[in-house]
Design a protein around this ligand. Structure first.
Ligand code: ST9
Ligand code: FAD
Length: 623
């Protein structure tokens, strides 16, 4: 039986009942994709995820890829390679590609909904299969030569990687030392060692294209310090004919010189990647092309990173969802103890769903899962607007700003909540059995921990949210979202049934705004030009992760309550028995979240306000 338990009903509820995605389907950019087609795509990918992609999930964890250090190659486990082939052969990746690259553009909201299904069933399938989508980045930023390469990446199903990290350059990408030397024929030779590179070696595609950040040497106006001095290079594993894409029999000097042994997602290879070392492999240089022939590497790479941050948040949430549904099934079967109402020693034993603490735990899981799913699809709905505007040759500035604001919340807040709840609630529901490999939960916990780390740790997401998405944005996106939430609070949403929850939301919003105001105050008080103390910037650093989590809680509560409003309206009409249960569950989850999560924000606000510099002044030796 499949480990993966999906929730297609809730995905469709968000898409069509809450966020009205039928409005974008069947017209304009998406005219070839109507609602029925979208639903049949979801249904087919749901089936494939549960039946075909999920099958090798545990096996590939127990028997991970095998690295051969002599040949610098990796042999993938058979079952996983089969799942990967199934997914690539289905060519659903074309939903993310433009027509000129052989794609069938679909709204981001639909794409990320399908992503949840694949990422819940077997996350590395989605990650390894990103080659054609990397091709889109190469196409979008490229010269005619690069566009030709992009075409091969799509049509020949080549793998691809994003290559930023080095031993001394993790969060601090700008500390990277890998260099690029221009050759007479216009190509570049890359030299350096990159670390932790996902999918950099495997045997599932005939070629792998590495998108590498490196610092050009001896070029005026490029190669300076920090991230701005980095350029983006397209570096293939194997040489190929530019016209046809046929491999030309040459092996480029980019070799995987180690594959890490990890806590989770073991089937996803995490590689040390060595470029142009004469003592490695065939000793040949690592030849590459400068993407678009412009030195704009970090901005180009962030186009990949934005997609990957959405991916990581969606992966985390997908895992929490299947974790919760597995826990729920277990709780409905597991008989242990008597009902609290029946203290007799020989009282009948009941399933653990009868125990209040188990119910609290299950509802905590359900409400967060459904909130986070809503957050992903809400964010993606803004991406739909960005896509539509771009297709019309315009820019939807507001949609771009709001999407930018929400991305660190999807990634940072989504991964933190998911990883913690998987351990403290989903695994806990199983009791000791959750610790065993008989159930998928222990693997979920191990596999989900990475989501708070890669693509920018949670600390980096918090800083990105405050400094870039709020301060630099001059508060425009956050003001828009706050205004939407205010509108909901002031409405009659729920027709009396959500009155208390709207009050709680109002207080939660006020507290989150209070935290934001406090952090603003701290940054203002750090300006020496106004007589401030520069050290006060530490106070900001002590609170950006708190702000990230607080805004996440408020946005999630609001989205759940919007869902509850829709559910209450549906319940006032004729609904089937299963829909009745579904909608009642939506209302219950929203009320629970508003009542149990939002009141904690007052404490967070008080803590933010009381921030001092004690922890920064303490001698390191005292820690
Ligand atoms: C990794 C991979 O961890 C993990 C899993 C991979 C899974 C497989 C991959 C599959 C992906 C599929 C993708 C397919 C693609 C499909 C696409 C389809 C459309 N937003 O603030 P500054 C830029 S990989 C946008 O001064 P510092 C911007 O250009 C490793 N841009 O930063 C800016 O210039 P300006 C991940 C942003 O102090 C410039 O950077 N590693 C943003 O120099 C400089 O900005 C990390 O994530 C943004 N939010 O550097 C590193 N932020 O200001 C984490 C910056 O003029 N560290 N830019 O606009 C950070 O993010 C740091 O904050 C830092 C700081 C490096 C940016
Ligand atoms: P560090 O940057 O050393 O961080 C250590 C700790 O310090 C963290 O808690 C961090 O939050 C904190 N910290 C660091 N700087 C600051 C700061 N300025 N303010 C506050 N706190 C800070 N990279 C790629 O380029 N491509 C990949 O495909 C890829 N895949 C990966 C796959 C895996 C399995 C792993 C583990 C990593 C992968 N990475 C990849 C690298 C990943 O993006 C980095 O690990 C991550 O960005 C953090 O860098 P680091 O590990 O060096 O930690």
């Amino acid at each position: 039986m499949s480990h993966y338990k999906s929730n297609l009903r809730d995905i469709e509820f968000n898409l069509f009942e809450v966020f009205g995605r039928d409005e974008v389907l069947g017209k304009g950019l998406f005219e070839d994709l109507d609602v029925d087609t979208a639903k049949s795509i979801l249904s087919e990918i749901d089936r494939m995820a549960r039946e075909d992609l999920a099958e090798s999930f545990a096996d590939a964890d127990r028997f991970p890829p095998v690295y051969d250090p002599e040949a610098c190659t990796v042999t993938m486990p058979e079952g996983f390679a089969k799942a990967y082939k199934t997914w690539m052969d289905s060519e659903w990746f074309r939903l993310q590609l433009p027509v000129e690259l052989g794609g069938q553009p679909a709204p981001a909201s639909l794409v990320w909904s399908t992503a949840e299904l694949v990422l819940g069933a077997n996350p590395p399938v989605w990650m390894y299969s990103a080659g054609p989508n990397f091709g889109y980045i190469v196409h979008r930023n490229g010269t005619d030569r690069d566009k030709q390469i992009a075409k091969h990446m799509v049509e020949r199903h080549w793998g691809a990687t994003m290559v930023l990290t080095e031993p001394d350059a993790g969060s601090d990408v700008g500390a990277g030392r890998t260099k690029a030397y221009l050759q007479e024929d216009g190509t570049w030779h890359i030299e350096g060692v990159k670390r932790f590179i996902t999918s950099a070696e495997h045997d599932m595609s005939e070629n792998i294209i590495h998108l590498v950040l490196a610092r050009p040497v001896g070029i005026e106006g490029a190669g300076g310090p920090g991230t701005k001095g980095l350029s983006l290079f397209v570096v293939p594993k194997y040489g190929f004919d530019l016209e046809t894409g046929e491999l030309d029999g040459t092996r480029n000097g980019a070799y995987v010189t180690n594959v890490e042994k990890k806590m989770g997602i073991k089937v996803s290879t995490t590689c040390e990647l060595t470029f142009g070392d004469s003592s490695v492999g065939n000793g040949q240089p690592a030849k590459g092309w400068l993407l678009g022939e412009v030195h704009d590497g970090i901005a180009q790479m962030f186009q990949v990173i934005e997609n990957a941050r959405m991916l990581v948040g969606t992966k985390a949430i997908a895992t929490l969802s299947t974790g919760y549904l597995n826990a729920l099934d277990y709780a409905k079967e597991r008989v242990q103890g008597a009902d609290m109402l029946d203290p007799a020693k020989d009282a009948p034993r009941v399933t653990i769903t009868h125990h209040p603490d188990v119910r609290r735990s299950l509802m905590t899981q359900k409400s967060f899962v459904e909130a986070l799913r809503s957050l992903v699809i809400y964010t993606a709905s803004w991406q739909d607007r960005v896509m539509q505007a771009e297709a019309a040759g315009e820019k939807d500035k507001l949609a771009e700003r709001v999407n930018d604001l929400l991305l660190p919340i999807v990634k940072g807040y989504g991964s933190e909540r998911s990883w913690v709840l998987l351990g403290t609630e989903s695994l806990q529901t199983f009791g000791g059995s959750g610790f065993l490999q008989d159930y998928p939960i222990e693997q979920y916990v191990r596999d989900a921990k990475i989501d708070t780390l890669y693509e920018g740790t949670t600390a980096i997401q918090g800083q990105d949210l405050f400094f870039r998405k709020i301060v630099r944005d001059q508060g425009q996106a956050i003001a828009h979202v706050a205004q939407e939430i205010q509108g909901f609070i002031a409405s009659e949403a729920g027709n009396g049934r959500l009155k208390l929850e709207r009050e709680l939301l109002a207080k939660g919003l006020e507290d989150a705004q209070g935290i934001l105001g406090t952090v603003f105050g701290q940054i203002m008080s750090a300006n020496p030009a106004d007589g401030g103390d520069p050290k006060n910037v530490y106070k900001v650093g002590l609170n950006t992760s708190r702000l990230l989590m607080a805004l996440g809680d408020v946005v999630c509560a609001w989205l759940l309550l919007r869902g509850a409003e829709v559910a209450l309206a549906a319940l006032s009409g004729d609904v089937s028995e299963s829909d009745k249960r579904f909608y009642e569950g939506k209302v219950a989850a929203a009320q629970f979240f508003a009542r149990q999560v939002l009141p904690k924000l007052s404490a967070e606000k008080a803590i933010a306000e009381a921030t001092d510099l004690d922890v920064m002044d303490l001698d390191e030796a005292a820690f």
